[in-house]
Design a protein around this ligand. Sequence first.
Ligand code: HEC
Ligand code: HEC
Length: 244
Amino acid sequence: MRMVGKVLWGRGLLALAALLAVSSAASAARAPLTANAIWANPAARAAATRKGAPIFARTCASCHGADGKGAPGAFVPDLTDDRWLYGGDDIDTFIMRASDIEQTIFHGIRAGDKKGRNWPEMPARGVGHSLEPDEISAATEYVLKLSGQPYDAAQIPAGKEAFEGEGGCYDCHTVQGWGDTAIGSADLTRPKTWLYGSDRAAIAASVNQGRGGVSPAFADKLTPAEVRALSVYVLSLAKTRTYI
Ligand code: HEC
Ligand code: HEC
């Protein structure tokens, strides 16, 4: 009797194992393609782009514009240009992937989500006088120079000193002004990509009051499938697939 029980028990385990194997194979077959795999597959990419477009219109266009180029007063990067404010994970190739955009959509930028891109804001240098007004004016001229715009040459030595010293600008924007896509700091040599305006007054305002734009987190507002489609759609808008 005991023998029979053991044999039955053994068979039961085998049957259970077989059942588990079948169901895990089935769930692997059901597992959705990742955003990067969708991007890599032309048919899946086309379908996701079609699915993502109306979600973008509904969810993102209020700030990013119906065409992805931005809405007045929203201070957003142009999603269709050849520059990303935030770079991708792939620091070997600089290739921007759908998964990088997926991360931004899920968790946002400075949106209070723990997994988001919560990089330091640009500090306000006019507050508490970490820079005096004449230093802010000089730093502003220096940024005008870096960005290829007309500047007051007399202020450049003091401006360079503020940029590379007290102002700490080089720390986040690099000495050359190139910015850092790891922290979303502006490329000060490419004023067309700036969010807050590129004239003297706008630069001085950025330095005086600081900057820190927010893109909301959508983890609890959109489904993972919607976010995957959206990230493929957004990548399809961009002129460049690298972020440098
Ligand atoms: C702690 C890092 C940090 C420091 C220090 C810093 N910045 Fe920034 N800066 C940023 C970030 C991040 C942004 C982008 C903010 C955003 O996207 O809202 C930015 C944006 C800017 C902008 C606006 C660009 C645009 O898109 O319109 C200017 C101009 C600028 N910085 C100049 C400076 C100057 C000059 C200094 C030194 C006085 C300085 N920054 C110091 C991080 C920094
Ligand atoms: C309330 C306005 C707002 C909404 C809605 C919004 N965003 Fe943003 N988004 C921003 C701002 C502001 C920034 C720039 C943040 C900064 O200054 O660092 C940004 C930045 C981004 C970036 C980074 C671009 C780059 O150059 O690296 C991506 C990608 C992005 N948003 C995608 C989306 C998508 C997709 C949606 C819709 C699901 C969306 N955003 C909805 C305001 C918004």
